[in-house]
Ligand binder design. Structure first.
Ligand code: AMP
Length: 211
């Protein structure tokens, strides 16, 4: 099964992806996580994209398309995958459609105000990348990762100004991707505002009807 997960950062795509891959034995491909890893490791790609990403800008279509093209060609993915964070522009979606056919694009829809609240309270472990939220999912000890004991930090792109910029970019560049999949007849929209388990159940119900 090949799936695309659409939604603004903070819609809960990461959580949904984790729940769904378990059930269908899929691989989780998060383009944001891949790019952040480049930055962390200071690779040539990481050095090139760091400032733009910190400011909430998208990386170049050509770059992200070539990264995704290489990943989805890997034989380990034969059972299928969830692409989380890609495609984010119409050009990415159209180009992707030239080399891959997905079964479904799942759009996790959340009101902008809720997204702002979720993202600006989000914390990430600087070592193992586990996510937390100051209100809804706090660590046991403030500022410390429950899993590995390392420091929790706010992602540069989760600062309030940047979050607003990311929302603006999403509506300008990614809303057309949602329309694109709607026209292809492969879009499933689910509200991401409720409890994460309820959102997962709604997605699974839809996916079960495909298999
Ligand atoms: P995410 O973790 O999905 O919120 O992505 C974090 C950041 O990675 C985004 O704000 C972009 O700068 C970059 N990024 C991730 N996926 C893409 C993509 N498909 N196209 C362009 N930039 C991306």
């Amino acid at each position: 099964m090949k799936l695309v997960l659409l939604g603004v950062s903070g819609a809960g795509k990461g959580t949904q992806a984790k729940n769904i891959i378990k059930r269908y034995n899929l691989e989780h491909i998060s383009t944001g996580a891949i790019l952040r890893e480049h930055i962390r490791q200071k690779t040539p790609i990481g050095l090139k994209i760091r400032d733009g990403m910190d400011a909430g800008q998208l990386v170049d279509d050509d770059l992200i398309i070539s990264i995704v093209k290489e990943i989805v060609a890997q034989p380990e993915l034969k059972n299928g995958y969830i692409l989380d964070g890609f495609p984010r522009t119409l050009e990415q979606a159209q180009e992707f459609n030239n080399f891959e056919r997905i079964d479904l694009a799942v759009y996790v829809k959340v009101d902008d105000k809720i997204v702002i609240d979720r993202l600006t309270g989000r914390l990430e472990c600087d070592t193992c990348a586990q996510m937390y939220h100051v209100k809804s999912f706090p660590p046991k000890v403030e500022g410390v990762c429950d899993h590995c004991g390392h420091k929790l930090v706010q992602r540069e792109d989760d600062k309030a100004e940047t979050v607003k910029e990311r929302l603006r970019i999403f509506h300008e560049l990614t809303d057309p991707v949602i329309d694109y999949y709607k026209q292809l007849g492969t879009l499933f929209t689910v509200s991401g505002e409720g409890d994460a388990d309820i959102v997962t159940s709604a997605i699974i119900e839809q996916l079960d009807s495909l298999v």
